[in-house]
Design a protein around this ligand. Structure first.
Ligand SMILES: [Fe+2]
Ligand SMILES: [Fe+2]
Length: 233
């Protein structure tokens, strides 16, 4: 039987017994079974690990929604004044939309509830995108620079946490399901694309925004606050 890692706060029963009711979220490559798979023992996630994975998927989905809304709001003002930026804006939007589809799929698959702050983030992300775009091309790029700096660090922290979990499980002789390994690969790929956006922003004069330090520090603080809240609410 494929081992199953369950990340629902409400998890009470073993997913390895194939009972994953609607409220139970399963990351379906670990196991809660006390049996063995081959020569390797199977691992049960701790309550803290289940909660960590739930909140990680929830905040990532919220962040990617915000990213698509920022680019949606920025694109008309920016491309009207700077048509040569249309391919870049379109490219970054398409990558964000793909990230959102990935996390929409993951929270649906594992029955992780979306953040309750969805409406607030939607309004704030749209306002941030539109506001920086009307300030000009440099401010819009500074917004991307600030957001992607925080998001790149955010994904790196998640990757580190998961790799520590995997390393510990392996050292203890437990089997690590392929789905957890795949999640790490997904996070790495998305992290790399976010950092690519950061590079694009700097190449397109993000540092020339006025006042760059204020704009980027306010946006970065806002991102950290949104991440903190979305992990919990
Ligand atoms: Fe993204
Ligand atoms: Fe991005």
């Amino acid at each position: 039987m494929s081992p199953t890692l369950c990340i629902a706060k409400s998890m009470r029963l073993s997913c390895a017994k194939t009972r994953c009711p609607a409220i139970v979220r399963c990351l379906s490559t670990g196991s809660t079974s006390p049996s063995e798979q081959g020569s390797k023992k199977l691992k049960t996630l701790t309550k803290e690990q289940r909660e960590y994975l739930s909140s990680a998927l929830r905040v990532n989905q919220a962040g990617e929604l915000a990213a698509t809304l920022i680019y949606t709001a920025q694109t008309p003002p920016i491309t009207n004044r700077h048509p040569h930026l249309r391919p870049l804006m379109s490219h970054m939007y398409e990558q964000e939309a793909a990230h959102l589809r990935t996390f929409n799929g993951l929270i649906h698959k594992h029955r992780v509830r979306p953040t309750a702050l969805y409406p607030l983030w939607s309004v704030m992300a749209t306002g941030l995108g539109w506001g920086t775009a009307v300030m000009g091309r440099e401010a819009a790029m500074a917004c991307t620079e600030a957001v992607e700096t925080e998001i790149g660090g955010h994904y790196n922290a998640q990757i580190r946490e998961l790799l520590e979990m995997i390393t510990t499980w392996k050292q203890e002789g437990y089997d690590v399901g392929s789905e957890v390994e795949e999640l790490v690969q997904t996070l790495r790929r998305i992290r790399d694309e976010e950092l690519e956006h950061l590079d694009h922003a700097v190449e397109h004069d993000a540092k020339k925004a006025e006042p760059h330090w204020l704009l980027t520090n306010v946006i970065r603080a806002g991102c950290r606050g949104a991440i903190w809240a979305s992990e919990r609410v």
